[in-house]
Each structure stands twice: as structure tokens, then as C-alpha cells.
Design a protein around this ligand. Structure first.
Ligand code: F6R
Ligand code: MG
Ligand code: MG
Length: 375
């Protein structure tokens, strides 16, 4: 039976961190939790969970106000501002890093924070997995989203479950030209791969089941460098995936992370790095400011909120806190060592085009005057 509409909003921001770009410290969590608790009492959101992906503060909120709601975005913006002020007082590193604009204008999109939102009509039971990554960029979810919703070698349901045989539709954003296209798989799989393999430019932003346009995934697409016109830190994207009963199973949603894969955005936003799936206890970046990490939080949405226990506490599953991902973690470190052996040589470092918005531009500008034409 279809019932209530619930909106899942994950809004994140690097507001300042401890020991360089390592982790969000407790005083900032406390402020975020206090603000969101008050917003729950005031009826803006129904409940929430605050967590971190490395140096990014992640606000997971469930409510019934729809996507891009002014009150919900204002709550996130003001919470990030409060946290950044505290970070400044504590002289934490890069306080307010991602707050790129001064005045809030009704929506945090384009202002620095990353946003993924999904309004759903609640099914009888609605399992959701939210992903958050640190030290990486917006196109990093192209590969797992393709595997989950288009690759029958990953998702058995595409072959076995008759309700998925219709395939899925993907919205792909061209971040350089600020335009979008919807492609349907399996029919347009090759055309889609031609685009989304260029992870620095094309980003899958939404996925729907083709038979009934049921929304099943949403991810953040903001590229901080394109907003600011220069390097200002990592996009560190977030993604929401809906699972089970005619959609990929939670296990199929997690299956692409059995192995590590390469993403852009490691050290200084200028390097490729292997993604490392970790539990929340290891959600902290260390070596060479990484390796890039990803956490996955599973939950059920019920009656407009994150399903809660008898004491009203949201029930959450720290999905990568599992030995099943130990191999991926090991692969990540092996591949990290291989890339770091290459130092500043491509492909360890991003291509010249992808370095366009990094601090290396200043070095190149300085050298520019010294180049002499060859006769
Ligand atoms: C920031 C990040 C880091 C920094 C690096 C240099 O999000 O991921 O890799 O780019 O630590 O930072 P600065 O220039 O602030 O010393
Ligand atoms: Mg940072
Ligand atoms: Mg970060």
C-alpha cells in the first residue's frame, strides 16, 4: 500500500576540522545535534542523524516538506554557519571552508554545501542506504550507480526480478556546460558509458525505475571549483539509494564496494586515489590526506521519519563496518601505494585538464612568462 510522502535530505559541508583535514571534532557535532533537535521539536524535520565523512559534517534529515525546501535548507545553512563560527573560535583547520557565499538565498545549492534529496512515496517498507565520501569529487558515484542500476553482472535482480527487467533511467549532468540528459538502460547503456566514464565532467544525479518512474537514487552534483572559479577544497559527494522489492537489494547496492576503484580528488584535489569503504569509526583521512573514504548508512523510512526504536532513537546500520569490505580496504592500500610511488607523474596526478581549477595554476602562470618561442 502506498502512503505518506517522505523526503530524505542529506546536506553536507566541510565547516572546519581537527588536525588538518582529518575529522569533524565533537564540539561541532554537538552544535549540529542541538540545532537539529530543536528543528525536530519545532516541526521542521521529523528526525535526523548527524555523522561525518572525514572532515565533512553530514546532516541526514527526514521530513515531509519536499525537496529544496527553504526551511530545511536554512536549517542546514545556519547549522553550518554556527559550526564554522565555533571552528573559528577553536582555530580548527579551514573553518568555514565550504561556505562559499555570505547570505542565504533560500537554497544551499550553489553556495558550497553538497545536497542529495529524494522525495518518496513510502512503500510498505522502504530500505535506504546513504553514502558519503571524503577527499573525492562529484563523479565518484558514476561507477557504483552504473553497477547497481545498469550492470546485470552486479545486480542479479536486473536478470531475475521481472519488475526490474524494464531497466532504469539515469539523469546525467554535464557539469561543464550546466545541462542535463536522461538516458535509459539497457537500451542506451553504451551511449551513457561514453559520457559517465568521464567522471570529471559528467555526473549521474538521479535514477528512476523505467516502468513507473519510481525514484531510486539521487546524488550531489556540486563542483566547488566551478562555483568559486578556483580550487577551494573537495566536492566530497553524497548519494541516496533506495533498495529492495523491485529495486536492487541492499546487498546489490553494496556489491560494487567489494573492490576498491579509483576516484579523483585525493591530496589537494589533484590526484587519483583508490576509494576505501570504511565503518564510521575509520571515517578519518590520514595518509596523503586519504585514501579517499566512503561510509554507508542504512535505515528504513517509516511514517515520514528514520524508523526509530521504542525510545525514539533512529535505528541506523553502519554498513561498511564489516569484514566483508576488508578486501576492498586492502586493495585500496595496495593501489594507494602503487599510485604514490609515481609521485607527481600522471596517472597518479590528474590530467592537465582536470588540474585546471587547482592551485597548480599559480605555478604555471609564473612560469608562463619564461617560456620562449622555439624557432
Ligand atoms: C582539503 C584536502 C587536502 C588539502 C591539503 C592542502 O579538502 O583535501 O588534501 O588540499 O591538505 O591544504 P592547505 O592548502 O590548506 O594546506
Ligand atoms: Mg577540509
Ligand atoms: Mg572533505
Amino acid at each position: 500500500m502506498l502512503s505518506k510522502k517522505a523526503t530524505i535530505s542529506i546536506i553536507k559541508c566541510d565547516v572546519g576540522s581537527l588536525a588538518g583535514h582529518y575529522i569533524v571534532p565533537k564540539p561541532l557535532f554537538d552544535i549540529a545535534e542541538k540545532n537539529l533537535k530543536k528543528a525536530t521539536e519545532n516541526g521542521i524535520i521529523n528526525n535526523f542523524y548527524v555523522f561525518n565523512a572525514g572532515d565533512d559534517l553530514e546532516l541526514l534529515m527526514v521530513h515531509e516538506r519536499g525537496e529544496q525546501d527553504k526551511e530545511v535548507h536554512k536549517l542546514a545553512w545556519e547549522t553550518f554557519k554556527d559550526c564554522a563560527n565555533k571552528a573559528s573560535q577553536l582555530k580548527l583547520y579551514a573553518a568555514g571552508q565550504d561556505l562559499l557565499k555570505d547570505a542565504f538565498s533560500g537554497n544551499v545549492r550553489g553556495m558550497g554545501p553538497g545536497v542529495a534529496e529524494m522525495e518518496i512515496e513510502e512503500r510498505a517498507s522502504d530500505p535506504i542506504v546513504v553514502f558519503a565520501a571524503d577527499k573525492t569529487s562529484a563523479g565518484s558515484f558514476n561507477y557504483p550507480l552504473f553497477r547497481i542500476f545498469a550492470d546485470p553482472m552486479n545486480t542479479a535482480g536486473l536478470v531475475i526480478d521481472p519488475s526490474m527487467i524494464c531497466g532504469f533511467k539515469f539523469e546525467v549532468i554535464d557539469t561543464k556546460k550546466n545541462r542535463a540528459i536522461v538516458l535509459k538502460c539497457p537500451e542506451e547503456m553504451y551511449e551513457m558509458l561514453a559520457l559517465i566514464g568521464t567522471v570529471g565532467r559528467y555526473t549521474i544525479s538521479r535514477v528512476w525505475r523505467a516502468s513507473d518512474d519510481l525514484i531510486c537514487a539521487a546524488s550531489s552534483v556540486s563542483k566547488l571549483s566551478l562555483i568559486a572559479g578556483k580550487y577551494v577544497g573537495k566536492d566530497d559527494p553524497v548519494m541516496i539509494a533506495r533498495a529492495q522489492h523491485g529495486l536492487p537489494a541492499v546487498g546489490e547496492v553494496l556489491a560494487p564496494f567489494m573492490h576498491s576503484y579509483f576516484v579523483q580528488g585525493w591530496m589537494r584535489g589533484s590526484h587519483w586515489g583508490p576509494i576505501m569503504p570504511v565503518g564510521l569509526k575509520s571515517s578519518k583521512c590520514t595518509v596523503f590526506d586519504g585514501p579517499p573514504r566512503i561510509v554507508a548508512i542504512g535505515f528504513q523510512v517509516a511514517n515520514g521519519q528514520i524508523s526509530s526504536d521504542d525510545e525514539g532513537k533512529p535505528m541506523l546500520a553502519d554498513m561498511f563496518d564489516d569484514p566483508a569490505f576488508a578486501l576492498a580496504r586492502r586493495e585500496a592500500m595496495q593501489n594507494a601505494c602503487m599510485l604514490r610511488n609515481m609521485g607527481e607523474f600522471e596517472p597518479a596526478r590528474l590530467s592537465a585538464e582536470d588540474m585546471e581549477y587547482t592551485t597548480i595554476q599559480k605555478v604555471l602562470e609564473k612560469l608562463g612568462e619564461r617560456f620562449k618561442p622555439l624557432n
